[in-house]
Structure formats: C-alpha cells, structure tokens
Design a protein around this ligand. Structure first.
Ligand code: ZN
Length: 205
C-alpha cells in the first residue's frame, strides 16, 4: 500500500501516478488517497477529461460506486486556472488527456501542490497510452495496480477487448473488456487472428 512520505520543514509539491489495466482498482486507490487528504482538511480538487462520459458527468466514479465529485475539463491547461488555493489535485482517466498534461502537472507541483494521477498505462493493443508514459517518467511515486486474470488467476496487466472495434478509444466496461495476464492476452490475440483469417478465407472462396 502507498504510504505518504513524511516531511520535515517546508513541504514541496510532487507527482504520484497510479497505473494499471482495466478493473485493477486505480480509481478506488485514487479516491482512497483523496479522501484521506480531505479528512486532514486539505483542499482537494478532482479533474477528469471531458471525453469520459460513461458515468455521471460531474463525478469521478469508480466501479464500486464509491465516488467523489469531479470537474470535467477539455484541456489540461485548465488545471492551471482551476487550482487556486488547492493543496491536492486528483486526475482520473489521465490516458485520455492531451499530451500537455505532463508539463501542466509539473507546473502545479512546482507551485507546491500534490498531484495524484490515475490512468491506464496500456491501450487494448498493449501500447503505452496517451500521456501516461511521460507522466510515469516525471512522477516521484508510481504505483502499478493489477487486476486478476479470469482465465488463469495470475495477475492481470493487460486490457483485452472482447469486441472487434479497431479504435483506440472505445469506452466500455465488462461488456467490452476483460483484464488478462500477459500470456492469456497474447493467446487471445493469436486466436482472434486465426478466427479473422478463417473468416477472410471463407469470404474469398
Ligand atoms: Zn491468464
């Protein structure tokens, strides 16, 4: 479990990243940290990208409905305007933000703010997702959380898409994705390729 660092004297800002696959509990961990800061009377604000409309517009909502109010914003530069007097900034679904997010959160950290970012580290093709790799590079603290692979029970690191939509951003939940370990993820891709090839061969006949 992530434990906040102890400080002596002047507190400076820093960046934390919580990453992992879908269904790994990233948002739950973000909410846990933010709620504890709130209890300590720190001023907390939470932001998410406007693209994520799966749930209630004004909420960061995790899958167990343990939610905190959040502000949807179109561009990460808005963070600089909306965090006056704030101590702790939470950012959910960071993978959907613009590529200026790392630069903008660095500015906030330099102002002395604590930034806690949650996001998918890989897209459904296993590629680093949006600004996440850059955020991981600049963060002081990184927590990688894991789901459980429903096929073998190992730790799941990948988000496997159950449908054959090709876009990188396809919002969905258990109807569209499942967490998988590296082996089951790759086995699934090989099987999908075979099925698609067979479909193609049939079409060509
Ligand atoms: Zn597995």
């Amino acid at each position: 479990m992530f434990l906040e660092p102890h400080f002596k004297g002047q507190r400076s800002g820093w960046i934390e990243v919580i990453c992992g696959s879908m269904f790994s509990g990233k948002t739950e961990e973000l909410i846990r940290r933010l709620k504890r800061a709130k209890i300590a009377n720190q001023k907390v604000e939470i932001f998410k990208p406007k693209v994520d409309k799966r749930y209630d517009d004004a909420n960061v909502v995790s899958h167990d409905a343990n939610s905190i109010l959040s502000t949807p914003i179109e561009h990460s530069s808005k963070l600089l305007l909306l965090t006056e007097g704030v101590n702790v900034v939470g950012i959910d679904e960071a993978q959907f933000f613009d590529m200026d997010l790392p630069e903008n959160v660095q500015k906030l950290a330099l102002r002395g703010l604590r930034i806690i970012i949650a996001g998918l580290d890989m897209d459904f093709k296993g590629r680093p997702f949006g600004p996440m790799p850059n955020l991981l590079a600049i963060a002081e603290y990184i927590t990688k959380v894991h789901a459980i692979c429903p096929h073998c029970g190992n730790l799941a690191t990948h988000s496997y898409r159950l449908t054959d939509e090709g876009d990188t951003v396809v919002l969905g939940e258990k109807d569209r994705y499942e967490p998988r370990c590296r082996t089951c993820y790759h086995m699934g891709n090989i099987l999908d390729l075979r099925v698609n090839n067979e479909k193609g061969e049939k079409k060509n006949k």
